[in-house]
Design a protein around this ligand. Structure first.
Ligand SMILES: CCCCCCCC/C=C\CCCCCCCC(=O)NCC(=O)O
Ligand SMILES: [Zn+2]
Ligand SMILES: [Zn+2]
Length: 510
């Protein structure tokens, strides 16, 4: 009898296992049909750059890198360089500045707004954004001087080659080439070039956005800097994938202060302000914010490219209903993937002390949190207070904003489809996926103007390149720069799409 029961249990378990494996395989290998729009894409004209054009482009970027438009803080920017940059783009892109189709305005002394007037006023305009300021660079740690625009082994080196002068020059250069070829757009578009993105954008992009809002401008979509085409960054993903930032993490910057009594170091207090503050920031670092994998758009990103993972990871990614716990733990292991799944905690400034035999009265620290779309500033603050649990540590909010709204990214979404089509064509068929932009961009100020903001940097980035952004030896290959211009060249032309698309069923549309 017992043997019979045992057999029945074994049979049931085997049946369940077969069922489980069948579901996994069915979900993995039968990609669901998706309704896609049959867009009427026109073939963009004159895609290949001539040698002379390639040379012009490279020189244009090198010249831009040599102008040190550094933002140190909101109140400390290299304004001489910012002014010089304005004159530089006027000299390098004469057609953009003289075209009758284009109006040009300056905001906050150094930010630039262009409107390129299209022929069809029934089409809603769109906007391209980039910024001309850069973060500081310490020359002694670089292989080449960060503002020399040096070319070495096929790469142009310098601060801004990835963030964000390449895009700025790419947009203007693409427009310059198009104007030279006699191109006239159907759809109007704006180009916004902010001068203080690296220090919150309050005087540049924010003012531009407010002015456009006052003018009652509504945008079909907006494309700003953001996530790249990643290559080799997610283990097991066997091809480059273009990540389109459909939302952006929120941000919270806190100043932590501990006030103690100053005195002689020969009879120090039992607990110093430095010791108390160190323990507090250490607790924050040792207790990361909760893993939120599956509660924001990052889950859809993995499902989107599930079929591009190597076996057996393709099965895992196509079946996150069963494996999300294990995937989330795996993603937590590296800094770039960890940033996708939780609010991150970065200890960025720590200050105290003036002399080796003086006990300092005060210690301060700055902590920057980038907030996952499934959390809010308030929730993060509550967790911080609970984690520190020390009344002696004063908290003050230096700046904060909640995660940005999720932009539309379905088959009906014109902007997303134009972007996706352009990526597919320029990056040799690379699949794209909606994702969370982990850095913050000027585009957040344009939320009142459009529901369709996309953060995308048209550059292939490998794991070893990640730390070059805001880091040492920032560089872009000449080939990548040419491709970047191709991207804007085609994006601008593809945005002229005017036909109302006919709903259509197709398979395997990424
Ligand atoms: C699933 C894991 C994929 C991880 C991919 C990580 C790729 C990271 C590459 C670039 C970082 C994104 C930068 C976005 C623009 C940030 C601009 C900026 O610096 N803003 C200022 C700020 O955020 O403080
Ligand atoms: Zn940037
Ligand atoms: Zn930056």
């Amino acid at each position: 009898m017992a043997a019979l029961c045992g057999r029945a249990v074994v049979c049931s378990l085997a049946g369940l296992l077969v069922l489980f494996v069948s579901v996994l395989l069915i979900r993995t290998y039968t990609w669901p049909e998706r309704a896609v729009r049959q867009w009427h894409w026109k073939e963009p004209s004159g895609m290949e750059l001539m040698e002379e054009e390639k040379e012009q482009l490279i020189e244009a970027l090198k010249g831009a890198i040599r102008i040190p438009t550094v933002s140190f803080s909101e109140d400390k920017q290299n304004t001489t360089a910012l002014a010089e940059f304005g004159k530089y783009i006027e000299k390098v892109f004469p057609n953009v500045f003289s075209s009758k189709l284009i109006t040009h305005e300056v905001f906050g002394n150094y930010s630039h707004l262009f409107k390129v007037n299209g022929s069809d006023h029934t089409l809603q305009p769109y906007m391209l954004l980039a910024h001309l300021d850069v973060v500081p660079a310490t020359p002694e740690s670089w292989e080449v001087s960060p503002f020399s625009g040096v070319e070495q082994d096929g790469y142009i080196y310098g601060r801004g080659t990835l963030d964000d002068k390449s895009s700025l020059i790419g947009i203007l250069q693409a427009l310059e080439f198009l104007l030279k070829k006699g191109y006239k757009p159907c759809r109007s578009f704006y180009i916004g070039l902010g001068h203080d993105e690296e220090v919150f954008g309050h005087r540049g992009a924010k003012i531009m956005a407010e002015e456009l809002k006052n003018r009652k401008v509504k945008l079909a979509f907006l494309v700003d800097e953001g996530l790249p085409v990643i290559d080799g960054i997610i283990p097991g993903l066997n091809c480059p994938v273009a990540l389109i930032g459909i939302t952006e993490k929120g941000s919270l910057t806190l100043k932590l202060t501990v006030n103690g009594s100053p005195g002689h170091s020969s009879f120090p207090p039992l607990e110093s302000s430095i010791g108390i503050l160190s323990a507090a920031v250490s607790r924050l670092e040792q207790n990361p914010m909760p893993n939120k994998f599956g509660e924001g758009p990052e889950r859809a990103m993995f499902e989107h490219v599930a079929s591009k993972f190597v076996f057996p990871l393709n099965i895992v990614m196509a079946n996150l209903w069963a494996f999300s716990l294990v995937v989330s733990r795996f993603l937590a292991q590296s800094s770039s993937t960890n940033a996708m799944i939780r609010t991150t905690t970065a200890l960025t400034i720590f200050q105290s002390g003036i002399k080796s035999n003086v006990v300092p009265p005060t210690a301060t620290a700055t902590v920057n949190f980038r907030i996952h779309p499934a959390q809010t500033v308030k929730e993060v603050l509550d967790i911080v207070r609970k984690t520190i649990q020390d009344e002696r540590v004063e908290l003050s909010v230096m700046n904060s904003f909640d995660p940005l709204p999720v932009s539309s990214h379905d088959v009906e979404s014109v902007g997303y489809q134009i972007l996706q089509h352009t990526i597919h064509s320029v990056f040799s068929g690379a699949p794209s996926a909606p994702a969370v932009c982990i850095g913050n961009t000027d585009s957040r100020y344009f939320v009142p103007l459009t529901n369709n903001i996309y953060r995308f940097n048209p550059v292939i980035l490998k794991k070893e390149d990640l730390n070059r952004i805001h880091g040492l030896n920032e560089r872009i290959s000449k080939e990548a720069l040419e491709r970047l211009v191709q991207f804007y060249f085609q994006l601008i032309q593809n945005a002229d799409i005017d036909k109302i698309p006919i709903p259509h069923r197709a398979t395997h549309e990424l």
